[in-house]
Design a protein around this ligand. Structure first.
Ligand SMILES: [Zn+2]
Length: 187
């Protein structure tokens, strides 16, 4: 089932997500989140982005680097369900790259600084412990998704002058997020 994606301005995106203790609902949630992510042409999606304050994200590894929103479908090499993650920085070298976010549609910004190599410790959808080392683009994706669980957005890593260029679009998203929440309440 494709889930509605929460927009910039929705308080759930600024709420620290809770650890998962009961894994019984996770396989279905993960399947829905992957379906939602592919439908939106994303490379990663965190549970707060579908309104759930739980420490879960999904992401996919493609055979080529793809930008969110790109039209030509890249081949999916692997897809991952990440629960209760912990991030270890392996290489402190900071690299800059372009990022976008499904909760901040149509805004792509260059120069987002991130450590180049990380190790991700997590549980899969069945609660089994996993660990993997990631670099460059994939390291960026998991750091971006991990930040969602910590209530952070990639915009937080950018100087105010860069954000000012997008102020009007961001203000519109905040209004849309408010309208969506109002609609949700009435249901
Ligand atoms: Zn995002």
């Amino acid at each position: 089932m494709v889930l509605p994606i929460r927009l910039y301005g929705d308080p759930v995106l600024r709420t620290k997500a809770r650890p998962v203790k009961d894994f019984s609902t996770i396989p279905q949630l993960a399947a829905d989140m992957l379906e939602t992510m592919y439908e939106a042409k994303g490379v990663g999606l965190a549970a707060p982005q579908v309104g759930l304050s739980q420490r879960v994200f999904v992401w996919a590894e493609y055979d080529d680097e793809v930008e969110e929103g790109e039209d030509s479908p890249a081949k999916i090499l692997n897809e991952y369900v990440v629960v209760n993650p912990c991030l270890e920085i392996i290489e402190k070298t900071i690299v800059e790259g372009t990022e976008g976010c499904l909760s901040i549609p149509s805004i792509y910004i260059e120069g987002v600084p991130r450590p180049r190599v990380v190790r991700l410790h997590y549980q899969n959808e069945r609660g089994e412990p996993q660990s993997m080392e990631l670099e460059d683009f994939n390291a960026r994706v998991v750091q971006h998704e991990f930040d969602h669980l910590e209530s952070k957005l990639f915009l937080d890593l950018l100087p105010r002058s860069v954000l000012d260029e997008h102020r009007a679009e961001l203000a519109k998203m905040q209004r849309d997020a408010k309208a969506f929440l109002k609609e949700l309440k009435q249901k």
